[in-house]
Design a protein around this ligand. Sequence first.
Ligand code: SME
Length: 160
Amino acid sequence: MYSFAPDAGMSKPELYRALTEAAEAITAGEPDGVANMANVAALIWQFLPELNWAGFYRVVDSGLVLGPFAGKPACIRIALGQGVCGVAAALAETQLVPDVHAFPGHIACDAASRSELVVPVMREGRVLAVIDLDSPVLARFDEEDAAGIEALARVVASAI
Ligand code: SME
């Protein structure tokens, strides 16, 4: 049994440090990328408040394909350059979207989503996947969240 959990009253940087350490611990020594993404999606869901979706899209051939996640069933395939995830993957750049309704081409998998953070997972200059977080709260994510998920993505990069 695993018992990773955030402590009450942690600051945002502390929360992300704890999340990243938990991800490092849970993926250590496990070569199966799907299992590791599944556990990391579950950790994100457990550690971060105010989410309605958290998970992975993997780069397969020349598009994104749904990977392990927590939340409602989601769109399976996204073309590179389409939606927030496709733009993050195509540009290899984090996308911090305070209001998804203002993002041209946003793909609404869950009508409850109001803000979104998408971070590429990179290895040797290539985008392997993206981590996608959705929130029902407008402007839920800030630069600290982006930095925290980017740190998590560096751990994930060697585990998938
Ligand atoms: N909103 C995303 C699609 C994926 S779902 O949010 C899970 C996008 O615009 O790429």
